[in-house]
Ligand binder design. Sequence first.
Ligand code: SF4
Ligand code: SF4
Length: 293
Amino acid sequence: MKKGPHEKPPGADPGELKRRIIEFCIQQGADLVGFASVDRWDEEGSVPPEFRPRALFPDTETVIVLGIGMPLPIVETTPSILHKELYDTANIELDQIAFRLVRFLNKLGYPSYYFTRDGYGSLKVLKKRMAAAFGHVKAGYFAGLGTIGLSNNLLTPEFGSRVRLISVFTSARLEPSPMIEKELCIRCLACVKCCPKQAIKPRKDRIVGDLDKIACTEMAQELTRRRCYPCGICTKVCPIGADRKLYKQKSVMKKYLRESEALAADPDDPAYRTWTHVRKYGAWRKDELKEDD
Ligand code: SF4
Ligand code: SF4
């Protein structure tokens, strides 16, 4: 007999269900999968109640957070058409995996829902109301995928902050992933020093810095007009992440820190050629922008 949408599968074992979910997500293309019990939002308390999972989907018991890593050498070209396309592709992939996971869980009898990876229609809208209805960074932290760094990004052991996230809310009660207790951010200040808008300000009383969201969004608006949104320089320069080992990039920090000065002195500086070549094509330079672009 066919199962109705709200029936639990006979003899469903939460451990077995979790294993099947992880297998499904990995097969669909997710790199990271974490599980947050809905109580973590209430226990920690920093997220306003109207932005917590049950305010969006009252049946939520578990939030499953999925991540896709962004290949470091592509992120390093930012701002570029190559980075823009990567960002768009990762977002589409995540939406598709989340949509499929919701349908997978619904068919198993666990009503589920997902919140899209961004959640604003335009940067103009974002600038007017500086928030999405749900935050994946905090969800990723509660799901044990990483810790939140000075830059306000989620830092993961695998990809640092070069990771895109999406959250699936499910009525299935699943064992939560352990949260990462040791801060991954080493307060190296690379994100602060390299941010082109000086939008990240360190604080003495906590790891997470103050973020000037207006300045960051204005940078994004300029890059949108140039056809090479998003910025992501703070994600590029963050030294955390095993992806640096994969790409054998352990001692690249000096290169990041002197990039804007070096390119101002010599736009063809050979040390930066692999990045500047990509930046030259497919997007407007700043000095080429016209009013109607
Ligand atoms: S995205 Fe760019 S402008 Fe925004 S905080 Fe990061 S480095 Fe600064
Ligand atoms: S760049 Fe350095 S200070 Fe900034 S988030 Fe990464 S580790 Fe922390």
